[in-house]
Write a protein that binds this ligand. Structure first.
Ligand code: HEM
Ligand code: HEM
Length: 187
């Protein structure tokens, strides 16, 4: 493939040159975490609405996937420190906005599983990962802080939702209005 084709950034889907995309590890982690979060979030939300027979399965899947997000995010933080990052598009203000939203997404993707994990332990239900592995916790049953941890988990879930909405709006703005190559950087 010629250099011209490799670096073309049209909306027709022509690939970018490798140096213009996120590193392969960053792209893999982005989509792995995205799929898990897009499953974990609704599973958590629906726990309150499903009947008692299904509740336990929803808890197991929600907590199992959510806990996986924590470990992937720790790998992702390490990856962010060392992996190649393509240059950002847009004005200085846009770059600051994008960095801030990405940073907050990282933060809440760690706050979510940590608060959920601590909340379930504080309520007296230690995590048995996918029904198979009992996970050690720094706290045991602690009714005095269980409600606060649950509230942090629930509020953070809505903040994460809002950040995700801003993220998708920004992606659509770049792709449909600016018609730049932002989307292709992560594909
Ligand atoms: C990325 C990770 C996670 C996301 C996005 C997430 C999201 C959510 C959402 C949206 C709810 C419903 C909140 C509401 O009713 O308004 C919820 C509830 C809940 N989640 Fe998670 N969660 C995550 C990880 C975890 C983990 C790792 C655990 C436990 C090991 C956990 C335990 C719970 C529990 C017990 C509830 C029921 C309500 C409560 O006591 O707070 N979550 N979660
Ligand atoms: C489902 C559709 C999604 C699409 C189309 C998408 C698209 C993108 C694009 C195009 C970028 C590069 C932005 C840039 O360089 O300015 C990006 C980066 C990023 N996305 Fe998404 N995304 C999706 C889902 C998610 C979800 C669910 C999350 C987390 C809740 C997320 C978190 C991030 C983060 C933190 C970055 C910064 C890259 C890094 O440093 O790891 N994305 N995404």
């Amino acid at each position: 493939m010629s250099e011209t084709l490799q670096t073309q950034t049209s909306a027709a889907g022509t690939p970018l040159a490798p140096s213009e995309r996120y590193a392969v590890t960053t792209r893999l982690l982005h989509w792995l975490v995205a799929v898990l979060v897009l499953a974990t979030w609704p599973l958590g939300f629906l726990i309150h609405y499903v009947n008692n027979d299904a509740k336990m399965d929803f808890y197991m899947l929600h907590e199992g996937f959510g806990f996986l997000v924590l470990w992937l995010m720790l790998v992702r933080v390490g990856n962010k420190l060392i992996a190649r990052k393509p240059p950002a598009e847009g004005s200085a203000m846009e770059k600051i906005a994008a960095e801030s939203v990405h940073g907050l997404l990282y933060l809440f993707l760690i706050v979510m599983p940590v608060s959920g994990f601590l909340a379930t332990n504080a309520h007296g239900f230690p995590l048995k990962w996918f029904g198979a592995v009992t996970v050690w916790s720094p706290i045991g049953k602690s009714p005095e802080i269980a409600g606060t941890l649950s509230a942090i988990h629930e509020w953070s879930a809505w903040i994460l939702f809002a950040l995700f909405a801003v993220h998708i709006a920004a992606v659509l703005f770049h792709h449909m209005i600016r018609r730049d190559a932002t989307l292709y950087k992560i594909l």
